[in-house]
Design a protein around this ligand. Structure first.
Ligand code: PLP
Length: 388
């Protein structure tokens, strides 16, 4: 370390200490149960479509996972179709090409992009300033004719939970279809697929502690005909061709088996989010969707005078992994269409950062983060006093 500037030494010291991960909505840290599986699978091999013993062993692993995922949602295993992730599940749902698609304005970008590829007309369903879809508007839109309605269970940036039960009642009344992106909600709140009257639902394995590159579309058994996007060798009941992602699916199934435990863990995180938000407000920060029902692990907030990219860089250097809710695949901070839909001023929305907690989060991580914010504000001569 001789010859290094004081600041460089400080950065190296920070890098050497344990990092604190606050980005579970982007991707959860892999759960131990998922890792343990790799070793078991490693001892075996074979294509799950082969009729020999090795193939049959692999087939059993996949079919068991299908059952675990179905059980976690209170539905039947035949309704679970494995995909390469949430994005592909969304694409299959939108590919049903119903002629008319109504999209909630705060959906994940994948929904808008998949809808654009279809020949259907696209209409946008607005949200109020609390991020909740306007139910009267939905009803008046459906009075004009049936549609595929796309409303996510919970938003990835704000954590805001939509009233899916009421939405599905309206959709049913007008003999329409409901696609629900539950990628963020699964494992954070309990979902009863069969009771909710959802027609298509998207899930993603890497949000519940399994591996990226695996997910599922859950299809209501009332749907008799599906237009596949990938035919291939007829796998997944002919609805999604291609040799199955064995490790991805099996790890996904293993996490689904634990869904009640995972949900309970997430519910406990609400206490940490409350501590965090109480302090953020005392530092002059603003919580987005603060009046709405939200996921227990998510907080999107902004400080008036610090841009998100500046804050994210400071956090990263200090060892905290945080995102702006609206980071795109290039890692750049984009303007959030979600906050825009909630009528949030551009100036404040460009300061928004998202903390999302998960299974490895400890109370001390929150305390450390709050100390960090306090130091930042001191550095900027904004006199703040912690309420901890
Ligand atoms: N839908 C939501 C709400 C998401 O947050 C994400 C990922 O961030 C996706 C869909 C896409 O899922 P995947 O990464 O598995 O393609």
């Amino acid at each position: 370390m001789v010859g290094l500037l004081h600041q460089e030494r400080l950065i190296i010291k920070i890098m050497e200490t344990e990092r604190i991960y606050f980005d579970y909505n982007a991707s959860s840290l892999i759960r131990r149960e998922a890792f343990n599986l790799i070793e078991n699978i490693n001892k075996s091999y074979g294509n799950p479509s082969s009729i020999h013993e090795e193939g049959r062993t692999m087939r059993d692993l996949i079919e068991n996972s299908r059952v675990y995922i179905a059980n976690s949602l209170n539905t039947n295993a035949e309704n679970v179709i494995f995909t390469s992730g949430g994005t592909e599940a969304i694409d299959i749902a939108l590919n049903q090409n119903p002629g008319r698609i109504i999209i909630n304005s705060t959906e994940h970008i994948a929904v808008f992009e998949s809808a654009k590829k279809t020949n259907s007309t696209i209409e946008i369903l607005e949200v109020d300033e609390n991020g909740i879809v306007n139910l009267d508007k939905l009803e008046s839109m459906l009075q004009k004719g049936p549609a595929l309605v796309c409303v996510m269970f919970a938003n990835n940036e704000t954590g805001i939970i939509q009233p899916i039960r009421e939405i599905s009642d309206i959709v049913k009344k007008y003999k329409s279809y409901l696609f629900c992106d539950a990628v963020q909600a699964y494992g954070k709140v309990k979902i009863n697929f069969d009771e909710l009257n959802i027609h298509f639902m998207a899930l993603s394995a890497h949000k519940v502690g399994a591996f990226a590159g695996s997910g599922a579309i859950i299809i209501n058994e009332d749907i008799k005909k599906i237009i596949p996007t990938m035919l291939g060798g007829g796998q997944e009941f002919g609805l999604r061709g291609g040799t199955e992602n064995l490790i991805g699916i099996t790890a996904f199934g293993e996490c689904a088996k634990l869904i009640d435990e995972i949900c309970a863990e997430n519910q406990k995180l609400k206490e940490y989010i409350n501590i965090l938000e109480k302090n953020i407000k005392s530092f002059g920060g603003f919580i987005f969707g603060g009046n709405s029902k939200r996921l227990p692990n998510t907080s999107l907030f902004a400080f008036p005078d610090i841009k998100a990219d500046t804050m994210l860089m400071k956090l990263d250097l200090a060892g905290y992994s945080v995102s702006s809710g609206s980071a795109c695949s290039s890692g750049k901070v984009k303007k959030s269409h979600v906050l825009k839909a909630m009528n949030v001023d551009d100036k404040i929305s460009s300061n928004a950062i998202r903390i999302s907690l998960g299974w490895a989060t400890r109370k001390s991580h929150i305390t450390n983060l709050l100390n960090f914010f306090e130091d930042i504000f001191k550095e900027n001569y904004i006199g703040v006093k912690s309420v901890r």
